[in-house]
Ligand binder design. Structure first.
Ligand code: PA5
Length: 450
Protein backbone atom coordinates (compact mmCIF):
# COMPACT_ATOMS: atom_id res chain seq x y z
CA UNK A 1 0.00 0.00 0.00
CA UNK A 2 1.56 3.29 -1.08
CA UNK A 3 1.69 6.30 1.24
CA UNK A 4 1.93 9.05 -1.37
CA UNK A 5 -1.27 10.99 -1.89
CA UNK A 6 -2.56 13.53 -4.41
CA UNK A 7 -5.09 16.31 -3.92
CA UNK A 8 -6.60 18.28 -6.78
CA UNK A 9 -9.23 20.34 -4.94
CA UNK A 10 -7.17 23.53 -5.17
CA UNK A 11 -7.35 23.35 -8.96
CA UNK A 12 -11.13 23.28 -9.11
CA UNK A 13 -11.57 27.05 -9.26
CA UNK A 14 -9.58 26.97 -12.51
CA UNK A 15 -10.63 23.69 -14.10
CA UNK A 16 -13.73 21.76 -13.11
CA UNK A 17 -13.80 18.20 -11.78
CA UNK A 18 -15.55 17.36 -15.05
CA UNK A 19 -12.70 18.90 -17.10
CA UNK A 20 -10.28 16.56 -15.35
CA UNK A 21 -12.63 13.60 -15.50
CA UNK A 22 -13.05 14.13 -19.24
CA UNK A 23 -9.53 12.63 -19.59
CA UNK A 24 -10.59 9.39 -17.90
CA UNK A 25 -10.88 7.25 -21.05
CA UNK A 26 -7.77 8.70 -22.68
CA UNK A 27 -5.71 8.33 -19.48
CA UNK A 28 -6.79 4.71 -18.99
CA UNK A 29 -5.97 3.98 -22.63
CA UNK A 30 -2.60 5.71 -22.31
CA UNK A 31 -1.74 3.63 -19.24
CA UNK A 32 -2.78 0.47 -21.06
CA UNK A 33 -0.64 1.45 -24.07
CA UNK A 34 2.35 1.86 -21.73
CA UNK A 35 1.68 -1.56 -20.26
CA UNK A 36 1.06 -3.31 -23.58
CA UNK A 37 3.77 -1.38 -25.42
CA UNK A 38 1.45 -0.23 -28.17
CA UNK A 39 2.01 3.56 -28.02
CA UNK A 40 4.67 5.94 -29.31
CA UNK A 41 8.23 5.18 -28.28
CA UNK A 42 7.32 1.62 -27.29
CA UNK A 43 10.94 0.47 -27.62
CA UNK A 44 11.68 2.39 -24.43
CA UNK A 45 9.17 1.04 -21.96
CA UNK A 46 11.44 -1.27 -19.97
CA UNK A 47 11.07 1.02 -16.94
CA UNK A 48 7.31 0.43 -16.59
CA UNK A 49 7.69 -2.94 -14.84
CA UNK A 50 11.25 -2.41 -13.63
CA UNK A 51 10.49 -2.03 -9.89
CA UNK A 52 8.74 -5.40 -9.68
CA UNK A 53 11.38 -7.14 -11.74
CA UNK A 54 14.76 -6.28 -10.17
CA UNK A 55 16.21 -9.67 -9.20
CA UNK A 56 18.07 -10.80 -6.09
CA UNK A 57 21.13 -11.41 -8.28
CA UNK A 58 21.03 -7.79 -9.49
CA UNK A 59 20.71 -6.41 -5.97
CA UNK A 60 23.54 -8.65 -4.73
CA UNK A 61 25.93 -7.73 -7.55
CA UNK A 62 25.35 -4.02 -6.93
CA UNK A 63 25.71 -4.36 -3.14
CA UNK A 64 28.91 -6.38 -3.55
CA UNK A 65 30.59 -3.72 -5.68
CA UNK A 66 29.26 -1.00 -3.38
CA UNK A 67 30.88 -2.87 -0.48
CA UNK A 68 34.19 -2.85 -2.35
CA UNK A 69 34.05 0.94 -2.70
CA UNK A 70 33.04 1.35 0.95
CA UNK A 71 36.01 -0.74 2.09
CA UNK A 72 38.58 0.79 -0.23
CA UNK A 73 37.77 4.42 -0.98
CA UNK A 74 36.83 7.64 0.79
CA UNK A 75 35.40 9.36 -2.31
CA UNK A 76 33.66 7.96 -5.37
CA UNK A 77 33.36 10.22 -8.40
CA UNK A 78 30.18 9.45 -10.34
CA UNK A 79 30.54 10.63 -13.93
CA UNK A 80 27.40 11.17 -16.01
CA UNK A 81 24.98 13.78 -17.36
CA UNK A 82 21.20 14.12 -17.79
CA UNK A 83 19.47 10.85 -17.02
CA UNK A 84 22.82 9.30 -16.19
CA UNK A 85 23.27 11.79 -13.34
CA UNK A 86 20.09 13.38 -12.01
CA UNK A 87 18.37 10.26 -10.64
CA UNK A 88 21.23 9.32 -8.33
CA UNK A 89 21.88 12.95 -7.45
CA UNK A 90 18.24 13.53 -6.50
CA UNK A 91 18.05 10.50 -4.20
CA UNK A 92 21.43 11.18 -2.60
CA UNK A 93 20.62 14.84 -1.92
CA UNK A 94 17.25 13.89 -0.45
CA UNK A 95 18.61 11.17 1.84
CA UNK A 96 21.86 12.80 2.92
CA UNK A 97 22.50 15.05 5.89
CA UNK A 98 22.32 18.66 4.68
CA UNK A 99 25.89 19.19 5.89
CA UNK A 100 27.42 15.82 5.01
CA UNK A 101 30.32 17.47 3.21
CA UNK A 102 31.42 19.25 6.39
CA UNK A 103 30.92 16.35 8.81
CA UNK A 104 33.77 13.96 9.55
CA UNK A 105 33.89 10.29 10.47
CA UNK A 106 31.49 9.00 7.84
CA UNK A 107 31.57 5.29 7.26
CA UNK A 108 30.52 5.47 3.61
CA UNK A 109 32.43 7.09 0.77
CA UNK A 110 31.37 10.56 -0.24
CA UNK A 111 29.85 10.75 -3.70
CA UNK A 112 30.95 13.61 -5.93
CA UNK A 113 29.54 14.11 -9.42
CA UNK A 114 31.46 15.03 -12.56
CA UNK A 115 30.84 15.00 -16.30
CA UNK A 116 27.62 17.01 -15.90
CA UNK A 117 29.31 20.15 -17.25
CA UNK A 118 32.33 21.20 -19.31
CA UNK A 119 33.69 23.67 -16.78
CA UNK A 120 37.48 23.72 -16.66
CA UNK A 121 37.36 25.24 -13.19
CA UNK A 122 35.07 22.50 -11.86
CA UNK A 123 37.26 19.65 -13.05
CA UNK A 124 40.52 21.40 -12.06
CA UNK A 125 39.27 22.01 -8.54
CA UNK A 126 38.03 18.42 -8.35
CA UNK A 127 41.43 17.11 -9.43
CA UNK A 128 43.18 19.20 -6.80
CA UNK A 129 40.89 17.63 -4.17
CA UNK A 130 41.44 14.11 -5.52
CA UNK A 131 45.23 14.58 -5.43
CA UNK A 132 44.95 14.01 -1.68
CA UNK A 133 42.14 11.47 -1.57
CA UNK A 134 41.70 7.76 -1.93
CA UNK A 135 39.06 7.52 -4.61
CA UNK A 136 37.26 5.42 -7.22
CA UNK A 137 35.17 6.18 -10.31
CA UNK A 138 31.74 5.13 -11.52
CA UNK A 139 31.33 6.23 -15.14
CA UNK A 140 27.78 6.15 -16.52
CA UNK A 141 26.73 6.65 -20.12
CA UNK A 142 24.10 4.65 -21.97
CA UNK A 143 25.29 5.69 -25.40
CA UNK A 144 28.89 5.61 -24.22
CA UNK A 145 29.64 8.56 -26.47
CA UNK A 146 28.27 11.64 -24.68
CA UNK A 147 30.95 14.34 -24.78
CA UNK A 148 30.70 15.79 -21.27
CA UNK A 149 31.11 12.51 -19.30
CA UNK A 150 33.56 11.09 -21.86
CA UNK A 151 35.89 14.09 -21.47
CA UNK A 152 35.62 14.02 -17.66
CA UNK A 153 36.35 10.28 -17.65
CA UNK A 154 39.39 10.69 -19.88
CA UNK A 155 40.82 13.27 -17.45
CA UNK A 156 39.97 11.38 -14.25
CA UNK A 157 41.03 7.98 -15.58
CA UNK A 158 44.46 9.39 -16.41
CA UNK A 159 44.66 11.01 -12.96
CA UNK A 160 43.70 7.81 -11.13
CA UNK A 161 46.09 5.66 -13.18
CA UNK A 162 48.89 8.10 -12.46
CA UNK A 163 48.09 8.04 -8.79
CA UNK A 164 47.57 4.32 -8.08
CA UNK A 165 48.86 2.56 -11.20
CA UNK A 166 46.98 1.07 -14.13
CA UNK A 167 46.09 -2.22 -12.48
CA UNK A 168 44.73 -0.79 -9.25
CA UNK A 169 42.84 1.91 -11.20
CA UNK A 170 41.15 -0.88 -13.15
CA UNK A 171 39.78 -2.30 -9.88
CA UNK A 172 38.52 1.11 -8.80
CA UNK A 173 36.61 1.92 -11.98
CA UNK A 174 33.09 0.73 -12.69
CA UNK A 175 31.37 1.40 -16.02
CA UNK A 176 27.60 1.46 -16.42
CA UNK A 177 26.64 1.41 -20.07
CA UNK A 178 24.95 -0.44 -22.92
CA UNK A 179 25.35 -4.21 -22.93
CA UNK A 180 27.11 -4.33 -26.31
CA UNK A 181 27.67 -1.05 -28.08
CA UNK A 182 29.36 2.33 -27.61
CA UNK A 183 32.86 3.59 -26.94
CA UNK A 184 32.52 3.12 -23.17
CA UNK A 185 31.57 -0.55 -23.59
CA UNK A 186 34.60 -1.11 -25.87
CA UNK A 187 36.92 0.64 -23.42
CA UNK A 188 35.51 -1.19 -20.38
CA UNK A 189 35.91 -4.56 -22.07
CA UNK A 190 39.48 -3.79 -23.08
CA UNK A 191 40.42 -2.56 -19.60
CA UNK A 192 38.52 -5.33 -17.81
CA UNK A 193 36.41 -3.01 -15.65
CA UNK A 194 33.47 -4.26 -13.64
CA UNK A 195 30.40 -3.26 -15.63
CA UNK A 196 26.67 -2.96 -15.11
CA UNK A 197 24.18 -2.81 -17.95
CA UNK A 198 21.63 -0.12 -18.74
CA UNK A 199 18.83 -2.06 -20.41
CA UNK A 200 18.26 -1.22 -24.06
CA UNK A 201 14.62 -0.44 -23.46
CA UNK A 202 15.15 2.12 -20.67
CA UNK A 203 15.93 5.72 -21.64
CA UNK A 204 18.24 7.88 -19.50
CA UNK A 205 15.63 9.93 -17.68
CA UNK A 206 13.67 6.78 -16.71
CA UNK A 207 16.77 4.91 -15.52
CA UNK A 208 17.05 5.81 -11.83
CA UNK A 209 15.94 2.31 -10.75
CA UNK A 210 18.54 0.58 -12.97
CA UNK A 211 22.23 0.37 -11.95
CA UNK A 212 22.48 4.01 -13.15
CA UNK A 213 20.83 5.13 -9.94
CA UNK A 214 21.19 2.06 -7.75
CA UNK A 215 25.01 1.74 -7.87
CA UNK A 216 25.81 5.28 -6.60
CA UNK A 217 22.96 5.12 -4.07
CA UNK A 218 24.23 1.78 -2.70
CA UNK A 219 27.82 3.06 -2.50
CA UNK A 220 26.60 5.98 -0.41
CA UNK A 221 25.15 3.42 2.02
CA UNK A 222 21.45 3.83 1.33
CA UNK A 223 18.93 1.00 1.09
CA UNK A 224 18.33 0.31 -2.59
CA UNK A 225 15.96 -2.55 -1.79
CA UNK A 226 13.64 -0.19 0.10
CA UNK A 227 13.84 2.33 -2.76
CA UNK A 228 12.82 -0.30 -5.31
CA UNK A 229 10.17 -1.69 -2.92
CA UNK A 230 8.60 1.76 -2.65
CA UNK A 231 8.61 2.08 -6.44
CA UNK A 232 7.07 -1.40 -6.76
CA UNK A 233 4.19 -0.44 -4.47
CA UNK A 234 3.56 2.59 -6.69
CA UNK A 235 3.81 0.39 -9.80
CA UNK A 236 0.95 -1.64 -8.34
CA UNK A 237 -1.08 1.37 -7.22
CA UNK A 238 -0.87 3.03 -10.65
CA UNK A 239 -1.26 -0.07 -12.86
CA UNK A 240 -3.44 0.39 -15.92
CA UNK A 241 -6.02 -1.92 -14.34
CA UNK A 242 -6.54 0.54 -11.45
CA UNK A 243 -9.39 2.79 -12.62
CA UNK A 244 -8.94 6.54 -13.05
CA UNK A 245 -10.92 7.39 -9.90
CA UNK A 246 -8.36 5.49 -7.76
CA UNK A 247 -5.28 6.03 -9.90
CA UNK A 248 -3.25 9.06 -8.79
CA UNK A 249 -0.87 8.92 -11.77
CA UNK A 250 -3.76 9.14 -14.24
CA UNK A 251 -5.32 11.94 -12.18
CA UNK A 252 -2.11 13.99 -12.05
CA UNK A 253 -1.57 13.53 -15.79
CA UNK A 254 -5.18 14.52 -16.48
CA UNK A 255 -5.12 17.57 -14.19
CA UNK A 256 -1.96 19.00 -15.73
CA UNK A 257 -3.32 18.48 -19.26
CA UNK A 258 -6.64 20.08 -18.30
CA UNK A 259 -4.78 23.08 -16.87
CA UNK A 260 -2.56 23.29 -19.96
CA UNK A 261 -5.66 23.40 -22.13
CA UNK A 262 -6.85 26.38 -20.07
CA UNK A 263 -3.63 28.28 -20.91
CA UNK A 264 -1.50 27.23 -17.93
CA UNK A 265 1.69 26.61 -19.91
CA UNK A 266 4.17 26.34 -17.05
CA UNK A 267 4.17 24.00 -14.06
CA UNK A 268 6.18 25.10 -11.04
CA UNK A 269 7.19 22.25 -8.75
CA UNK A 270 7.49 23.62 -5.24
CA UNK A 271 8.59 22.16 -1.95
CA UNK A 272 9.28 23.45 1.51
CA UNK A 273 12.22 21.11 2.11
CA UNK A 274 15.62 21.93 0.56
CA UNK A 275 16.47 18.22 0.47
CA UNK A 276 14.09 17.92 -2.47
CA UNK A 277 15.89 20.46 -4.63
CA UNK A 278 17.42 17.81 -6.87
CA UNK A 279 14.20 15.81 -7.02
CA UNK A 280 12.91 18.94 -8.75
CA UNK A 281 15.92 19.00 -11.08
CA UNK A 282 15.32 15.34 -11.96
CA UNK A 283 11.59 16.04 -12.45
CA UNK A 284 12.38 18.98 -14.75
CA UNK A 285 14.46 16.75 -16.99
CA UNK A 286 11.83 14.01 -16.93
CA UNK A 287 8.96 16.25 -17.95
CA UNK A 288 10.90 18.75 -20.06
CA UNK A 289 12.60 16.15 -22.25
CA UNK A 290 9.51 13.97 -22.42
CA UNK A 291 6.91 16.60 -23.30
CA UNK A 292 8.67 19.60 -24.80
CA UNK A 293 8.47 18.78 -28.50
CA UNK A 294 6.42 19.46 -31.64
CA UNK A 295 6.13 23.09 -30.45
CA UNK A 296 4.09 22.10 -27.41
CA UNK A 297 4.40 20.94 -23.82
CA UNK A 298 4.17 22.32 -20.30
CA UNK A 299 7.38 24.13 -19.29
CA UNK A 300 8.67 22.59 -16.03
CA UNK A 301 10.10 25.04 -13.50
CA UNK A 302 10.85 24.68 -9.81
CA UNK A 303 11.21 26.63 -6.59
CA UNK A 304 12.30 25.81 -3.05
CA UNK A 305 10.28 27.57 -0.37
CA UNK A 306 10.45 29.46 1.84
CA UNK A 307 13.73 30.74 0.29
CA UNK A 308 12.13 31.41 -3.09
CA UNK A 309 9.11 33.11 -1.53
CA UNK A 310 11.55 35.95 -1.00
CA UNK A 311 12.55 36.00 -4.67
CA UNK A 312 10.11 34.26 -7.02
CA UNK A 313 7.23 34.69 -4.56
CA UNK A 314 6.35 38.12 -5.93
CA UNK A 315 6.01 36.84 -9.50
CA UNK A 316 4.07 33.78 -8.46
CA UNK A 317 1.63 35.89 -6.45
CA UNK A 318 1.11 38.72 -8.93
CA UNK A 319 2.82 38.07 -12.28
CA UNK A 320 1.36 36.62 -15.49
CA UNK A 321 -1.35 34.04 -14.70
CA UNK A 322 -0.09 31.42 -17.14
CA UNK A 323 1.14 28.72 -14.75
CA UNK A 324 0.10 26.31 -12.04
CA UNK A 325 1.96 25.00 -9.03
CA UNK A 326 2.50 21.43 -7.87
CA UNK A 327 3.54 21.35 -4.23
CA UNK A 328 5.34 18.39 -2.69
CA UNK A 329 4.49 18.44 0.96
CA UNK A 330 6.51 16.28 3.38
CA UNK A 331 4.40 15.12 6.33
CA UNK A 332 7.06 13.97 8.84
CA UNK A 333 10.48 15.46 9.50
CA UNK A 334 13.58 13.42 10.36
CA UNK A 335 14.49 15.61 13.35
CA UNK A 336 12.75 17.69 15.99
CA UNK A 337 13.59 21.30 16.81
CA UNK A 338 11.56 23.35 19.29
CA UNK A 339 11.79 27.15 19.20
CA UNK A 340 13.06 28.36 22.60
CA UNK A 341 11.44 30.96 24.81
CA UNK A 342 13.34 34.20 25.24
CA UNK A 343 12.34 36.16 28.38
CA UNK A 344 13.45 39.43 26.78
CA UNK A 345 11.48 38.80 23.58
CA UNK A 346 13.37 41.55 21.79
CA UNK A 347 12.73 39.83 18.47
CA UNK A 348 8.99 39.61 19.37
CA UNK A 349 8.93 35.95 18.49
CA UNK A 350 7.63 34.56 21.77
CA UNK A 351 4.33 33.71 20.06
CA UNK A 352 6.36 30.88 18.52
CA UNK A 353 7.98 29.69 21.76
CA UNK A 354 7.54 25.98 22.34
CA UNK A 355 6.38 25.36 18.78
CA UNK A 356 8.29 23.04 16.52
CA UNK A 357 10.01 24.67 13.57
CA UNK A 358 8.13 22.27 11.32
CA UNK A 359 4.81 23.67 12.59
CA UNK A 360 5.95 27.10 11.43
CA UNK A 361 7.08 25.63 8.08
CA UNK A 362 3.72 23.88 7.66
CA UNK A 363 1.83 27.12 8.38
CA UNK A 364 4.06 28.90 5.85
CA UNK A 365 3.10 26.15 3.41
CA UNK A 366 -0.61 26.42 4.08
CA UNK A 367 -0.50 30.22 4.04
CA UNK A 368 1.34 30.15 0.72
CA UNK A 369 -1.07 27.67 -0.80
CA UNK A 370 -4.08 29.81 0.11
CA UNK A 371 -2.39 33.02 -1.02
CA UNK A 372 -1.35 31.57 -4.37
CA UNK A 373 -4.78 30.08 -5.04
CA UNK A 374 -6.35 33.46 -4.12
CA UNK A 375 -3.85 35.09 -6.47
CA UNK A 376 -5.00 32.94 -9.39
CA UNK A 377 -2.54 30.04 -9.26
CA UNK A 378 -4.07 26.55 -9.36
CA UNK A 379 -2.34 24.19 -6.93
CA UNK A 380 -1.87 20.44 -7.19
CA UNK A 381 -0.82 18.91 -3.85
CA UNK A 382 1.34 15.82 -3.48
CA UNK A 383 1.91 14.54 0.04
CA UNK A 384 4.97 12.47 0.82
CA UNK A 385 4.89 10.71 4.19
CA UNK A 386 8.56 11.30 4.92
CA UNK A 387 11.88 11.48 3.09
CA UNK A 388 13.21 7.95 3.17
CA UNK A 389 14.08 5.33 0.56
CA UNK A 390 10.60 3.79 0.39
CA UNK A 391 8.74 7.07 0.03
CA UNK A 392 11.24 8.38 -2.53
CA UNK A 393 10.84 5.18 -4.55
CA UNK A 394 7.10 5.80 -4.60
CA UNK A 395 7.55 9.42 -5.63
CA UNK A 396 10.02 8.72 -8.45
CA UNK A 397 7.92 5.97 -10.00
CA UNK A 398 4.75 8.07 -9.60
CA UNK A 399 6.33 10.90 -11.60
CA UNK A 400 7.66 8.49 -14.25
CA UNK A 401 4.38 6.70 -14.93
CA UNK A 402 2.40 9.94 -14.79
CA UNK A 403 4.85 11.44 -17.28
CA UNK A 404 4.33 8.59 -19.73
CA UNK A 405 0.54 8.97 -19.45
CA UNK A 406 0.72 12.75 -19.67
CA UNK A 407 2.93 12.66 -22.77
CA UNK A 408 0.45 10.36 -24.49
CA UNK A 409 -2.44 12.68 -23.51
CA UNK A 410 -0.49 15.53 -25.08
CA UNK A 411 0.02 13.45 -28.22
CA UNK A 412 3.85 13.34 -28.20
CA UNK A 413 6.39 10.55 -27.92
CA UNK A 414 7.54 10.92 -24.28
CA UNK A 415 10.54 8.65 -24.79
CA UNK A 416 12.69 10.40 -27.37
CA UNK A 417 14.67 13.65 -27.23
CA UNK A 418 15.51 14.69 -30.82
CA UNK A 419 15.96 18.33 -29.82
CA UNK A 420 19.01 17.54 -27.67
CA UNK A 421 21.06 16.87 -30.84
CA UNK A 422 20.99 20.44 -32.22
CA UNK A 423 23.60 21.92 -29.88
CA UNK A 424 25.83 18.86 -30.24
CA UNK A 425 25.90 19.22 -34.02
CA UNK A 426 26.98 22.87 -33.76
CA UNK A 427 29.55 22.12 -31.03
CA UNK A 428 31.13 19.32 -33.07
CA UNK A 429 31.20 21.51 -36.17
CA UNK A 430 32.86 24.32 -34.20
CA UNK A 431 35.41 21.86 -32.78
CA UNK A 432 36.16 20.33 -36.23
CA UNK A 433 35.18 16.81 -35.21
CA UNK A 434 36.01 14.35 -38.00
CA UNK A 435 32.87 13.71 -40.05
CA UNK A 436 31.59 17.27 -39.51
CA UNK A 437 33.64 18.95 -42.28
CA UNK A 438 30.66 20.30 -44.23
CA UNK A 439 28.89 21.48 -41.08
CA UNK A 440 32.15 23.15 -39.94
CA UNK A 441 32.43 25.13 -43.18
CA UNK A 442 28.77 26.15 -43.01
CA UNK A 443 28.93 27.30 -39.41
CA UNK A 444 32.15 29.27 -39.96
CA UNK A 445 30.55 31.00 -42.97
CA UNK A 446 27.46 31.80 -40.93
CA UNK A 447 29.53 33.27 -38.08
CA UNK A 448 31.62 35.37 -40.51
CA UNK A 449 28.45 36.85 -42.01
CA UNK A 450 26.84 37.74 -38.68
O1 PA5 B 1 17.22 11.16 -20.84
C1 PA5 B 1 18.12 10.99 -21.63
O2 PA5 B 1 18.10 10.04 -22.41
C2 PA5 B 1 19.33 11.92 -21.67
O3 PA5 B 1 19.26 12.92 -20.73
C3 PA5 B 1 20.60 11.13 -21.42
O4 PA5 B 1 20.48 10.48 -20.18
C4 PA5 B 1 21.83 12.02 -21.39
O5 PA5 B 1 21.92 12.72 -22.58
C5 PA5 B 1 23.09 11.19 -21.17
O6 PA5 B 1 23.20 10.23 -22.16
P1 PA5 B 1 24.18 9.00 -21.99
O7 PA5 B 1 23.75 8.20 -20.82
O8 PA5 B 1 24.04 8.25 -23.29
O9 PA5 B 1 25.57 9.55 -21.81
Amino acid sequence: MQSLSLKLNKTYGFVSKEDILSYKDAAEKAAQALHEKTGKGNDFLGWVHLPSSVTEAEFSAIEKKAGYFRDNTEIVVVIGIGGSYLGAKSVLEALSDNFWALKDHQKNPRIIFAGQNLSEDYISELISLLDHKNYGIVVISKSGTTTEPAVAFRILKAHLENKVGHEEAGRRIVAITDEKKGALRTLATKEGYTTFVIPDNVGGRYSVLTPVGLVPIAIAGFDIRALVKGAASMEKATAYTVPFEENIAMQYAAARNALYKKGKQTEILASFNPKLLYVSEWWKQLYGESEGKEQKGIFPASVTFTADLHSMGQYIQEGLRNFFETVISVKETQHTMVIPNDPQNLDTLNFLSGKRLDQVNKMAELGTLLAHVDGGVPNIQIELKRIDETCLGELLYFFEIACGISGYLLGVNPFDQPGVEAYKKNMFALLNKPGYEEASKAIQKRLAEE
